[in-house]
Design a binder for this molecule. Structure first.
Ligand code: ZN
Length: 454
């Protein structure tokens, strides 16, 4: 049975009604109640049994019965299907076995997390390391940190189910031996929105060349879809209606300790599901960047993945952790201002257009284009045609003079390694050919990947 047939077997009134107190609405097929997804006094949450949908006219959430279960119970598509199959009284063996194995994963991850947590406060080495980093016991407890001891057999020789450990990537085969994946590391857990552990990232406390090791991707975990601090700090984020994004786990801990509790760390690239949920809760997103070149480039990388335009907090030469501890004044920038301040004009323009290309909301896009136009002195209509990259643009940089002449401008570029990029930029200035802009984009992208590998 496919999921459409399954949905047809149930009445959305029963599905929603099981969780909410539905009252008669305007027609006999319409019911209403207070929306469970935001706080309100006048009910604006409607269920229509003719169309078999729900819709909140205040926050805009809506969909079918399956969507309701996903959002209301904070579960994924498969789990919602399973819930729906229970309501419909239909048994689907394949689906059930998948759900059963997922439940096993959640359960073993929870147990392992408990074990790691207990170990943290028993290990002198781990405690010393945390003290050196200035992390208090309260903070460690808030983020439910743990410790994987210096023991290759800590999990692999325990009573935990070897198959499950293997499927979750927590042990690896070394010759004929099964050994642990996380060894001698502070363990930072990742949670889903209902507070279930889905994976870990481990920071070595010795001089392991791999500073951070993250859980391998599994049915539950994908590193691009998670934020460290997401579940632990969600109430602070909702409360402030704003969030700070940092790069490192320790930045999250430091900011939290200094009273900035609406903070998460983002790793990986591509659309991030947890960031997607957060952006629906907040009015303001700030990227608190590391004060160096990779940190500044990360601002561009993260901005590209956000549905709204972030502002940038920045202290040159210091990462957020250091900036907060040395009580430095943190400057806050408009995103476009930041890019044009720290990158050369062509790079900044390229990045800005790239970011604008990812914005779907028309109003937000207009604001962004206005900012870009202000900084680049290129008319909005021209910027708009750059978005589609189809229009014949004609000369871009000749319409209004740059503050300095292009030739002087490029002479001033210090970094000799960037000669290929420079050539492209020069070519672009001369020809205004948009395909070159694309090459510049690729070039910056490659450089960024290269710098990450080091
Ligand atoms: Zn609502």
């Amino acid at each position: 049975m496919n999921y459409k047939e399954l949905i047809e077997k149930v009445d959305i009134y029963d599905v929603v009604g099981e969780h909410l107190d539905l009252k008669e609405g305007s027609g006999n097929k319409s019911f209403k109640t207070s929306c469970p997804f935001h706080s309100e006094t006048n009910p604006s949450f409607y269920v229509n049994t003719e169309l078999q949908i729900f819709k909140c006219f205040s926050c805009g959430r809506g969909g079918n019965a399956l969507k309701f279960l996903q959002e209301y119970l904070n579960i994924d598509f498969q789990e919602a299907l399973y819930e729906l199959s229970l309501i419909a009284g239909v048994e689907d063996e394949k689906l059930s076995s998948k759900i059963v194995s997922k439940k096993q994963y959640y359960s073993i991850l929870n147990d392992i997390h408990q074990t790691y947590q207990k170990t943290l406060f028993k290990s002198k080495f781990a405690i010393d390391f945390m003290l050196r980093r200035g992390i208090t016991k309260e903070t460690a407890k808030h983020f439910q940190l743990g410790f994987a001891p210096f023991d290759y057999k800590f999990l692999s020789a325990s009573n935990f189910d070897k198959n499950l450990l293997n499927q979750l990537g927590l042990v690896t085969q070394k010759g004929s031996n099964l050994v642990d994946y996380f060894i001698n590391r502070i363990i930072f857990p990742y949670f889903d929105i209902s507070g279930r552990v889905i994976g870990f990232i481990g920071r070595t406390i010795a001089d392991d060349p791999v500073k951070y090791l993250i859980s391998r991707n599994s049915d539950l975990f994908h590193k691009n879809n998670v934020l460290f601090g997401f579940y632990n700090n969600i109430e602070f984020i909702k409360d402030k209606k704003s969030v700070n994004i940092v790069e490192g786990q320790f930045d999250v801990l430091s900011l939290y300790q200094s009273g900035v509790k609406n903070v998460v760390a983002m790793s990986g690239s591509g659309d991030n599901n947890q960031m997607g949920s957060i952006s629906k809760m907040v009015k303001d997103i700030s990227i608190f960047a590391d004060g160096d070149k990779p940190g500044r480039e990360n601002v561009y990388k993260v901005s590209k993945q956000l549905p709204i335009i972030p502002s940038v907090k920045y202290v040159d030469g210091k990462d957020p952790d250091e900036a907060i501890r040395s009580k430095e004044t943190v400057e806050k920038f408009n995103l476009i201002e930041f890019l044009f301040k720290w990158f050369d004009e062509v790079e900044a323009l390229t990045m800005s257009i790239d970011i604008a290309n990812n914005i779907k909301d028309k109003i937000i896009l207009n604001y962004l284009l206005r900012d870009i136009s202000h900084k680049s002195r290129i008319e909005i209509s021209r910027l708009e045609s750059m978005l589609t990259q189809e229009a014949d643009l004609g000369p871009l940089y000749q319409q209004k003079p740059l503050k300095i002449k292009p030739e002087d401008y490029f002479k001033n570029l210090k970094n000799k390694e960037n000669s290929e990029l420079d050539e492209l930029k020069e070519k672009f200035k001369k020809t205004n050919d948009l395909s070159i802009l694309k090459q510049i984009q690729n070039n910056i992208q490659e450089k960024k990947l290269g710098s990450k590998k080091k």
